[in-house]
Design a protein around this ligand. Sequence first.
Ligand code: GLU
Length: 276
Amino acid sequence: MRTRFAPSPNGYLHMGHAYSAVLAHDLARAKGGEFCLRIEDIDAGRSRPEYVEAIYADLGWLGLEWDDAPVFQSARLASYDTAAAQLKAMELLYPCSCTRAQIEKAAQTKGPEGLVYPGTCRGGKADLSKPHSWRLDMARAVEIAGPLHWHDMAAGTVQAAPAIFGDVVLVRKDAPASYHLAATLDDAADGMTNIVRGMDLFTATHIHRLLQALLELPTPAYHHHPLLTGADGRKLSKSEKAPSLSQLRQSGADGRQIAGDLRKGIFPAGISPDNA
Ligand code: GLU
């Protein structure tokens, strides 16, 4: 068994990250498997080295040791390019020069990740002199892949329904891949057998499962755990005022004790899992 914790270094981790890391770590360790750390830093504009340092320190403080050297997505750009080229050769990607405003104006439906792209640039209509992303031709991809499912440790067998996302971006204008493409490729490259992550990424798995089929990658088992919410009932987030793990660590709180409590389902005051 191999699991991973895959934070984006664009802010300090909070209790929800600690919970996710503890679950991923313990799942692997219970089976004598490996727990890995992947730094999802393809977003060069938002990733900062001090957040990476804090991730190391926070995990150490929680008493979580990882195996292998940490993987940095910024060091894997060539593999994302190769996969994108493969999808282009299969005529599954097309360039899109639409701005956010243009999409907001033309979009007619909403999917799990916001507006469904109305397909304006499909059929070679992008203005290639402008910055452009590359989108998946979802209808064609779904047709090629056929029916797909994955095993979810909480939800059981889930039929993948990626079509509702529409033509998602797989290569961003400002980054050499999207989260979906990079994460799917890395999970396969690093031999992940079980993906432990928050419920907020449950819907993303529909797309990841499709990409696995198109790129002939293995499908791991998934465990989407409840998100932690604060006293206001809203999920903890990096941008909110929820105390960061770094603050707790620096204030002298006992990280190993906190990790032990999270294992027993005991959460700090005001924090609880969203079991809805
Ligand atoms: N980097 C993502 C995040 O911090 C997690 C990705 C994943 O676990 O697949 O939310």
